[in-house]
Design a protein around this ligand. Structure first.
Ligand SMILES: *Cc1c(COP(=O)(O)O)cnc(C)c1O
Length: 674
């Protein structure tokens, strides 16, 4: 049989001839080789290999910056992202100018760090040649589009994109049907192949979609918007689609899976599929096949549902299984999906060492089963071209760093090499010029100290901390040197506190209008992986100021250190593991309790003071290092950059996925390729 015929046997595609035949041929899948798809599909179907299923509500694959499928010409307008507004302290400018970027929309099925981690994980499993299927949801309307409502905050807008013409995304002529208590729900299966960096292997990502004509209207909307939370029915159904739908999809596709990895409690209903109709003893056996990664100590991150609400969707047997696995001791009638996931799994992992201490405190009964596996980032997605060239130039030291990022620690050998120190600084300046080019209309200067705060807007991340006392900020800039600050982030549309934070930031930024000669602040609309990469690559300092101990890990700082960008950070999440490595500056409240029960005391005043004190040191060192373009190569700043790169050898997803394999999956033969 021809390769294409085999491909189509595995993947019967709706309207193949009309829409897809020009992109999928005997040897090509959207310009990438077709052969690895057949190899990966064969491995997943094979009973001899131990294949893994990875479940996640969201995936941030960042195809606009990494492994983009080359398509000739016509990308529909709905799948492009061209204009972004800026809110700055230069007022009138913002009304007339915006940022123009002609880029393809990222596959809009993620909202933030959890999704980006799932994307980086999937790419790494493909790079390592692991036999894995990833399960997610096709969000027909993405997350949301952020509009700045000048001076008044964020105005969320429904997003529209076109999955039928998104490069690499294929609709299968295959459906599954979930028979729920009151309805039958039909789900279409889509596939997106996540290629390894060398295009020799893939991990298929299966996306479930309820937007089918045969589903009644309310059910069709279930897979519209990620984290839409109007009512419990909606949220429960979305979790049913991921968990139960995902398990059915694995069966329908004939995959032979031995481990189910639940990325967050959202996927916990998957266990129901293996527990239904089984005896207690059999259920205990099934638990050996599940593992669970917990991503947050924040209370809102743990799903809780009332049994009565669950009854509107699930049948009595499901409810009784959930009652046994997920009832909180002091809250009868409430099912906690974190408990369900923990009780259904043989291994549980926290996402950093510090987070494991917090979890041990939160869940003392589970202490023995909770291990720490620190998050990472996918090196090849987040390394800038300038740093890739730098590592390549010194290949005799870094060797095959793409395959083995642990080699980045060899940067130590180059510490006293003056040529390397110069090249390192110049690579950084090259990255910074990309930011300058993007924001030239706002007068951004490559020799002015530049700092960024960009991430999801959530209270514990304290987005407005650096703006707490604007007078102090102005005073530092006047005395020690000009400051440029770039900010970005979306607040969940139903998060009122998040909305208030954006509004406060805008007020404070606008009030700095008169001081624009010394301090420029620019807030960018629609933070996404494209801006995530640009900002983590290009600024001098990455600001990270969550309230300890609420940041389970954080990953944006890991993207920054890989590119020699220094950290100005509180001591929380992954940073605890690099505390003594001198990768920047640590300030603010030190948590020794590991107690995540009080999110309300944000310690804004004292930590803002600590931040300003640290900032004085940072700005002074910056301007003694970069004297209007003349760089002092012996500066400790450059030593810190070297320390940062050395740490990127550890904080990456290759190391993390190997830890999954050795510490929680407990399988051998997960590799489909040698
Ligand atoms: C990396 C990344 C995140 C995660 O950021 P944290 O600071 O670790 O929370 C969130 N959103 C986007 C778009 C990212 O690229």
């Amino acid at each position: 049989m021809s390769r294409l015929a085999r491909f189509l046997e595995i993947n019967p595609i709706e309207s193949f001839q009309e829409n897809y035949a020009k992109y999928i041929t005997e040897d090509s899948f959207y310009g990438f080789p077709l052969e690895p798809i057949l190899k990966a599909e064969e491995a997943l179907a094979s009973p001899d290999l131990t294949s893994i299923a990875y479940f996640s509500m969201e995936y941030g694959l960042a195809p606009s910056i990494y492994n983009s499928f080359p398509v000739s010409g016509e990308i529909p307008e709905a799948n492009m992202f061209r204009r972004h507004e800026v809110f700055s302290n230069m007022r009138a400018l913002d009304y007339f100018l915006d940022i123009q970027i002609d880029k393809m929309l990222d596959l809009p099925i993620y909202s933030g760090g959890l999704g980006v981690l799932a994307g980086d994980t999937t790419k790494s499993m493909a790079d390592l040649g692991m036999s894995v299927v990833a399960i997610g949801i096709l969000w027909n309307k993405g997350y949301f589009k952020q509009n700045f409502w000048f001076r008044y905050g964020q105005l969320p807008e429904e997003m529209h994109w076109d999955p039928w013409h998104y490069p690499g995304l294929i609709p299968l002529d295959k459906e599954i049907c979930l028979k729920m208590r009151n309805d039958e729900l039909h789900l279409r299966l889509w596939k997106y192949y996540v290629y390894s960096y060398d295009h020799r292997f893939v991990v298929p990502l299966i996306l479930l979609d309820a937007n089918l004509e045969k589903n009644p209207e309310p059910l069709r909307k279930l897979t519209d918007q990620l984290y839409r939370s109007d009512n419990p029915w909606w949220k429960i159904y979305q979790r049913v689609i991921l968990g139960l739908g995902g398990m059915k999809a694995i069966d329908e596709l004939g995959y032979n899976v031995v481990r189910y990895h639940l990325n967050e409690g959202h996927a916990a209903f998957a266990f129901l599929e293996r527990a239904r109709g089984r005896s207690d003893g059999e259920i205990e056996e099934e638990k050996k096949r599940f593992v669970y990664t917990c991503h947050t100590p924040v209370s809102a991150g743990h799903d809780r549902f009332h049994v009565n609400d669950l009854r509107a969707v699930l049948n009595e047997e499901d409810i009784s299984i959930l009652e046994r696995l997920g009832t909180e001791p002091d809250r009868p009638g409430i099912i906690n999906l974190t408990l369900v996931a923990m009780n259904a799994s043989s291994h549980i992992n926290a996402v950093a060492l510090k987070h494991s201490w917090v979890m041990h405190n939160q869940f003392p009964d589970y202490k023995d089963r909770i291990v720490a596996i620190t998050n990472g980032v996918h090196t090849l997605t987040w390394v800038s071209d300038a740093f890739r060239n730098l590592f390549d130039k010194y290949r005799d030291v870094f060797g095959d760093w793409e395959k083995d990022p642990t080699r980045l620690q060899n940067v130590e050998q180059l510490r006293s090499n003056q040529e390397f120190r110069r090249d390192l600084w110049q690579a950084h300046q090259k990255n910074k010029r990309q930011l300058v080019d993007l924001l030239w209309k706002w007068g951004v200067d490559e020799n002015v100290f530049t700092l960024a705060w960009a991430r999801r807007i959530a209270a514990y991340k304290r987005p407005s901390l650096i703006l707490r006392n604007p007078d102090r900020l102005v005073e530092i800039a006047r005395r020690l040197g000009k400051i440029q600050i770039i900010m970005a982030g979306k607040a969940h549309p139903q998060d009122n506190l998040g909305f208030t934070f954006i509004r406060e930031m805008m007020d404070k930024i606008d009030a700095l209008y008169e001081h624009r000669a010394y301090i420029r602040i620019m807030m960018l609309e629609n933070y996404d992986t494209y801006f995530g990469k640009l900002l983590t690559n290009s600024v001098d300092v990455w600001l990270n100021n969550p309230l300890p101990p609420f940041e389970a890990s954080g990953t944006s700082g890991m993207k920054a250190i890989l590119n020699g960008v220094l950290q100005l950070t509180t001591l929380d999440g992954w940073v605890v593991e690099a505390e003594d490595k001198d990768i920047g500056w640590i300030f603010g409240y030190r948590d020794e309790t590991n107690d995540a029960s009080n999110e309300l005391n944000l310690r804004l005043d004292e930590d803002a003071e600590a931040l300003y004190s640290a900032l004085e040191e940072v700005v002074s060192l910056y301007y003694s290092t970069n004297r209007q373009g003349e760089v002092d190569l012996s500066s400790p700043w450059i030593d810190k950059m070297i320390n940062a790169i050395a740490q990127a050898s550890y904080f990456n997803t290759y190391r993390m996925v190997h830890d999954y394999l050795n510490k929680i999956w407990e399988v051998d033969k997960a590799f489909a390729t040698a």
